[in-house]
Design a protein around this ligand. Structure first.
Ligand code: SF4
Ligand code: SF4
Length: 532
């Protein structure tokens, strides 16, 4: 089920809902309605609470990981870079602490990407758009830019006042300061990115002294511009109009997914004058219509209008409303993470199965507490069949990758037989075959690899540039962390049984006797094969 198309959760028609009309994606837009709603400037108010604290913590950790990771050193010896995380494009290597990935091992990266995708499915089906609300880079950087804005311009009311005021020196200096800090953050963001692709201290020096490659400057310029524009200027417009993820994840939620929900079954009828209404014999819900939830929303929407595509489930409205409930002595959770199943059950109770308007008395006892039939969130809904299947597949791929990582070869051998000539008949009657042997030493240390033949007892081998003395086994000095291509000639003497069959199978074997690592490659030895 797509939550955004659930009947009672349709995006509301209020002017405040930027997601209005775009969530269902059905039917042509009437000509009288503009396709793009005029942007209304949003001045989100600061809020305190558990979700806000969690978001701060997550933001600090995420930014620290992003900015600092390239500066972490990792000693791999003198023959490999000492940067812990490095995408070395020129050497075609990916270093991640003790792991080194070669191009032919790219399946590890592909596997991680598949795990990341499945992880998003798992996260979304369990806790809704938690990615959007907490971890998406757009959310994290917008949060950072908003914090700077509040620091310079003050909180919501001061910002609204400043925005409406004339262009005085004070306003201009505040604007210049704010945009300068935003730009500095944007430059640092772009700058941090390039450090993942080269030795960070060296590149930093080259960059500031004008000696870095042009691609480094253009990358930083591009990322500076995108960070500043998307995070500072466009903000919520990116989530509403540019990002495909809200459209996709609408189909990934089900009735057991947790989403930020206004529990109108206990909030309605809302009233700013509850005491007066109660004195007048009217019933009221818990919502005091203070608009605190709207004021803190970074997307500028009113969660009381129902589920909306624009809601990134940052949960700041929960904090705002909880603070209000604390003040008026009502239980927290008027806005809360809830499942559609839970909401529907409580709504049916409050409306007598949809036959009446919401009646607070149906969900409350005379002492104000909620009746026992109220459905509450249980952690078990997180561990349902769908999420367990996602988790099972995710874990299987992860275990497979770990197994492949722990058992992978660090010494690899590939052999290509010469296509032409297939064999050479020497003047003394012996037969010679030529091969290109590719030897990969995938550890960052030099080592001696013993190359030998198996299955051709009388054959000898000569390795160009290594030894001219024919033998059955040759010691190859392998450079650290390198692939080497060797020209190898294998010869069968005239008194051997070379001509017994046209093609003889044998193996090249490469072995590091100190680490006992080895690899073998099946090859063929071609002969005239009984031809006179
Ligand atoms: S409605 Fe609430 S959860 Fe949704 S974006 Fe606004 S503040 Fe965040
Ligand atoms: S913060 Fe709570 S009480 Fe205030 S308007 Fe929003 S839902 Fe109602």
């Amino acid at each position: 089920m797509n939550l955004y198309t659930a009947n009672h959760l349709q995006p509301a028609g209020g002017a405040r809902g930027p997601g209005n009309g775009s969530g269902s994606g059905s039917g042509p837009v009437p000509p009288s309605e503009p396709l793009y709603e005029k942007r209304q400037k949003i001045f989100p108010k600061s809020v305190k609470g558990r979700f806000r604290r969690f978001k701060w913590l997550f933001m600090v950790v995420a930014l620290a990981i992003y900015y600092l990771t390239p500066w972490i050193r990792w000693d791999r010896g003198p023959h490999a870079p000492d940067q812990a995380v490095l995408i070395d494009l020129s050497a075609r290597r990916f270093y991640f602490f003790f792991i080194e990935i070669w191009p032919q091992e790219f399946f590890f990266v592909a596997g991680l990407l598949v795990m990341a995708g499945l992880g998003l499915f798992l996260l979304t089906s369990a806790v809704g758009r938690a990615w959007c609300g907490y971890a998406c880079p757009q959310t994290v950087w917008v949060d950072l830019f908003l914090a700077v804005e509040r620091f310079i311009d003050g909180d919501r009311n001061a910002q609204i006042k400043l925005n409406a005021s004339a262009w005085t020196f004070a306003k201009i200096s505040k604007r210049v300061t704010k945009h300068a800090i935003w730009l500095a953050i944007a430059v640092l963001t772009g700058g941090a990115w390039i450090f993942y692709f080269a030795d960070a201290p060296g590149l930093a020096f080259d960059f500031v002294t004008g000696q870095a490659a042009i691609v480094a400057y253009s990358t930083v310029a591009t990322l500076t511009a995108t960070t500043y524009i998307l995070g500072g200027l466009m903000r919520e417009q990116v989530c509403i109009y540019m990002c495909p993820w809200p459209r996709i994840q609408g189909a990934m939620l089900d009735e057991h997914s947790l989403v930020v929900t206004y529990n109108d079954w206990r909030g309605e009828p809302r009233s700013r004058h509850a005491k007066k209404r109660v004195a007048g014999g009217q019933s009221v819900g818990d919502c005091v219509d203070c608009d605190a939830c709207v004021a803190v929303c970074p997307m500028g929407i009113d969660i009381r209008d129902g589920q909306q595509m624009a809601c990134i489930t940052c949960a700041l409205c929960i904090d705002a409303c909880d603070n209000v409930m604390d003040k008026i002595g009502k239980p927290r959770g008027l806005i809360a993470y809830a499942t559609l199943d839970e909401y529907d059950g409580n709504m049916a109770l409050a409306t007598n199965g949809g036959q009446t308007a919401i009646e607070p008395a149906r969900v409350r006892n005379s002492d104000g507490s909620f009746v026992d039939r109220i459905r509450e969130f249980h952690w078990q809904v997180i561990f349902r069949t769908r999420t367990l299947i996602y988790f099972g597949i995710w874990a299987l791929i992860g275990l497979g990758l770990v197994y492949a990582l722990l058992t992978r070869d660090r010494l690899q051998l590939n052999v290509v037989h010469d296509r032409n000539p297939q064999f050479v008949l020497e003047s003394d009657g012996s037969i010679r075959n030529g091969y290109t042997v590719r030897l990969l030493n995938m550890v960052p240390e030099p080592r001696t690899i013993m190359l030998s033949l198996d299955g051709l007892p009388q054959a000898s081998m000569r390795v160009v540039g290594i030894t001219d003395v024919p033998g059955n086994i040759v010691a190859i000095p392998a450079e650290p962390d390198k692939a080497m291509a060797l020209r190898v000639f294998v010869t069968l003497p005239p008194d051997g049984d070379a001509k017994a069959s046209p093609v003889r199978d044998f193996r090249f074997i490469a072995e590091d006797r100190s680490s006992h690592e080895s690899d073998a490659y099946n090859a063929t030895f071609n002969t005239p094969g009984g031809k006179k």
